[in-house]
Design a protein around this ligand. Structure first.
Ligand code: SP5
Ligand code: ZN
Length: 341
């Protein structure tokens, strides 16, 4: 399987994350991608290639222009305002407040943020743009006939909504890739999100549409980030009703329970008969992940990779989360090797 990767991911190198009332080194850090690419090379998964540049249009096909314009200038506007630390919001348009987009960067950060743990730092936009190109290049490989590809995206994307960033995500790489499949002639695309966290951004983008089936298996939002989306009763709206499925699972969920949810999801994907499958591949379901509460073991990733392969669909793997960095390469590549059989 080909891996698409660029060192430009390292342009996203924030110094701070707000965690437990302290500013800590971000869990989502450059070494994550280095461990994964090293493992890809160590096992000889296949060629590692650079992304092509498809420009902004495929990003704007799923995100609001004003939001993307904001991401481009957020860091320089923050610096121009004279702040010393990294950019993070302190105020939000909460219940019954105005929907005006403020002028000042502090107001705009609150308007476009869905969480404030994710600070915006120098190079964040450039890395997020490159990450989306990695996803688009993987999609192109599939359109050109590959049965699978691995887009080693960083920063991740599945929390990024039409006009919101957060959860370490800025541009929704999986959604950009899905839209690109549709814009190149596909009728239906399925997105299976196996990251520990609910893919709220992907759900938001395709909520009212029937040309993308979105299914997510994740920590119950009653107990886990992003807390405000991902319940089982969210099944889509309008034309999209019946094309969104969530499998929220409780603390300490083990692989047997997790795999039963996957089996239902795979059955739904098979019935939908998509032209392509995109897997939002987070390995923060691992038993020793520092911010998550599922109990998958390394060999379980291989097992479920094979389960996904049984669908026999052209499959694009898009990297999302995973924060036990020492094991992230083994776990992510186990899924890909399990898929390849
Ligand atoms: C892409 C991705 O995996 N994003 C995850 C973002 C989660 N950020 C908030 C983390 C808060 C974790 N709180 C867990 C407490 C554990 N004791
Ligand atoms: Zn996650």
């Amino acid at each position: 399987m080909e891996t698409i990767f660029t060192e430009r991911h390292a342009l996203r190198n924030a110094k701070t994350e707000l965690y437990g009332g302290q500013l800590v080194e971000p869990f989502e850090r450059p070494s994550r991608a280095e461990y994964i690419i090293n493992r890809v090379r160590e096992v000889g998964l296949g060629p590692v290639t650079e992304p092509e540049d498809f420009g902004l249009d495929p990003i704007l096909a799923v995100h609001d222009q004003t939001f993307i314009d904001f991401l481009k200038v957020a860091w320089t506007d923050w610096q121009a305002a004279g702040f010393q630390g990294e950019a993070m919001p302190t105020v939000w348009p909460a219940r019954r407040m105005s929907a005006h987009i403020p002028n000042h960067i502090e107001g705009r950060l609150g308007y476009y943020a869905l969480a404030c743990e994710t600070s915006i730092s120098e190079g964040t936009w450039e890395a997020a743009y490159a990450s989306a190109q990695v996803a688009l290049t993987g999609a192109k490989r599939i359109l050109d006939g590959a049965n699978a590809a691995f887009s080693l995206c960083r920063p991740p994307g599945h929390h990024a909504a039409i006009d919101m960033y957060g959860g370490y995500c800025f541009v929704n790489n999986a959604a950009v890739a899905a839209q690109s499949f549709l814009d190149h002639g596909s009728s239906r695309v399925a997105i299976l999100d196996v990251d520990f966290h609910h893919g709220n951004g992907t759900q938001d983008i395709f909520d009212a549409r029937d040309d993308v089936l979105f299914i997510s298996i994740h920590g119950d939002p009653m107990d886990a980030f992003p807390h405000f989306l991902g319940h089982a009763d969210e099944t889509g709206h309008g034309a999209g009703e019946g094309y969104n499925f969530n499998y929220p699972l409780p603390p300490n969920t083990d692989f047997t329970t997790w795999r039963a949810a996957l089996s239902k999801a795979l059955h739904q994907i098979r019935s939908y008969a998509p032209d392509q499958l995109i897997v939002s591949l987070g390995v923060d379901t691992f038993e020793t992940d520092p911010i998550s509460f599922f109990k998958l073991k390394s060999e379980d990733f291989t097992t479920y990779g094979a389960d996904i392969a049984a669908l026999n669909l052209p499959t694009l793997f898009v990297m999302e989360g995973g924060y036990d960095i020492a094991e992230i390469g083994v776990n992510a590549v186990n899924v890909l090797q399990g898929f390849e059989g």
